[in-house]
Design a binder for this molecule. Structure first.
Ligand code: FES
Length: 57
């Protein structure tokens, strides 16, 4: 289990789950998990996860 957002304790698994449920953009993942909404330092990691786990890319 990999912690992605240290501000809000959001794991990679939680972000992947949000992407699989249909969050396709950074903004939608932020709405679904709150990850990336405090310091912004994890935003690049979140975008990488979205790329790797969204259906089309
Ligand atoms: S580490 Fe995610 S908002 Fe700070």
């Amino acid at each position: 289990m990999k912690m992605i957002c240290h501000c809000l304790d959001v794991t990679e698994e939680e972000i992947i789950a949000a992407v699989k449920k249909g969050s396709a953009t950074l903004e939608q993942v932020q709405e679904a998990t709150s990850a990336g909404t405090v310091c912004g330092g994890c935003v690049g990691e979140i975008e990488r996860i979205i790329k790797n786990h969204s259906g089309t890319k």
